[in-house]
Design a protein around this ligand. Sequence first.
Ligand code: GLN
Length: 537
Amino acid sequence: MTNTPKYIFVTGGVSSSLGKGIISASLAKLLQSKGLKVTIQKLDPYINIDPGTLNPYEHGECYVTKDGTETDLDLGHYERFLSIQTTKTNNTTTGKIYQSVINRERRGDFLGKTVQVIPHITNEIKRRIQLISTEDSYDIIITELGGTVGDIESYPFIEAVRQFRWDVGEKNSLVIHLTLLPFLSAAGELKTKPTQHSVKKLMESGVNADIIVCRTERSIGEDLRSKIALFCNVNINSVIESIDAKTIYEVPLLMQQEKLDEVVLNKLNLPNTKSDLKDWKNFVKKLKNPKQNIKIGLIGKYVELQDSYKSILESFVHAGAINELKIDVIPIHSESIESNNVAKELSKLDGILVAPGFGERGIEGKISSIKYARENNLPFLGICLGMQMAVIEFARNVLNLSSANSTEMDDSTKHPVISLMDDQLDVEDKGGTMRLGSWKCKIVKESLAYKIYNEEAISERHRHRYELNFDYMDKLANSGMVFSGLNPKTGLVEIIEIPNHDWFLGVQFHPEYQSTVENPHPIFVSFVKACKNKSKK
Ligand code: GLN
């Protein structure tokens, strides 16, 4: 529509984990449904260059974009809501900002000048906020600021937003502040004081919130809305209720009821056209009215943390809705599974997914679970480490190579069925050096994989260092393992399956990164169907 994009900043106050990513993605969805071209980016105030080196316990899942950038999990929400493909420009960290300023200082770009937070760091933040508009032309660019207003790490970002708003002009940008209204049961009421304080904190940095979105467990009445408007310096129609929803996919519809999109368009001087949310509403309807429940075990070592396997859980939601099923994902800690309890734990399930991961902890439980699934015709999907464990299980129990292992777990194993790729051998740095991003894969006809994709040339996103060892391919194939997806250039094995089983598939890539509401990933759709069939038997 326009050549100069409008900018929306989303900040957070009072508490972390209020769902800035979901609010940003929901607003983007509403604006997109009106025919606007929208994208979202995330600014993360931590000093790591990217979350690739962060433990999932610290930061949840590490999401990987098509260009191989390890990014914040919120980018997954942006892609799933908007059906867009993000890249390295959609996620910046303090680490990246400082790294580029320091590199320029070393090159001599600032000769003679003292390099300071203002203006050098803030200029770099502002440059990166606009970088995305050089890649494509957008009507609206939403920028989500990680962290909470008042955090030391957030100051340079807030300051950059203050300056940025002057640079682009008032009608070309706005700030949405997401806050929490806690309910005090002793007083029997929702409290606005923390919100007032966090809005003031923002104002102290020279940034006024134009819209306040209030996360709340209970509906907020007119009185509370006008109180918040009065104390927080906004119109009453700019106080938006964000009540806890049953599913995150309902949030765009709730935000539409609250007229968040209208208020935003009005403030940005953009026409309010009709929105088309027919497909989205259909999806939510299916999601909320499943015809049947099925149980799928998620076997991993971070299962107690919801965020660690975010994209997998969301892929199940997408695949469940299209199959009109509710998927009860049963988290199973891989360390709790042993050969003597595996049957008891898994026999009540309709299928299992063995999760991606790193390191030795819990792998024997994964291998026992895969053995059970293979021998009992239980639908099995192994992702990345899950696929590698399926190869090890097959080598140990079908080929009788009892010491078969991955060199990641035992670098002196006699049978390294999974080993480092040649180009990984000399890699020393841990950050950003795995096999990352989208790689092409050729599917072998007359395989389960071909039935699933119904095409020969696919591409999927990767994040790993180890691979199936070529030296064992013949032996594995002679005993019945099929390599149904191969990298067309290098021959690396990307998909394995076992044909004398109803549904047994291992993938070296991460299908979960590409599942969206509009396009549920075919592997998950097919896997869920197989689990449904199993549940009937
Ligand atoms: N640790 C394995 C590797 O590096 C698997 C990685 C993963 O599951 N993402 O190859």
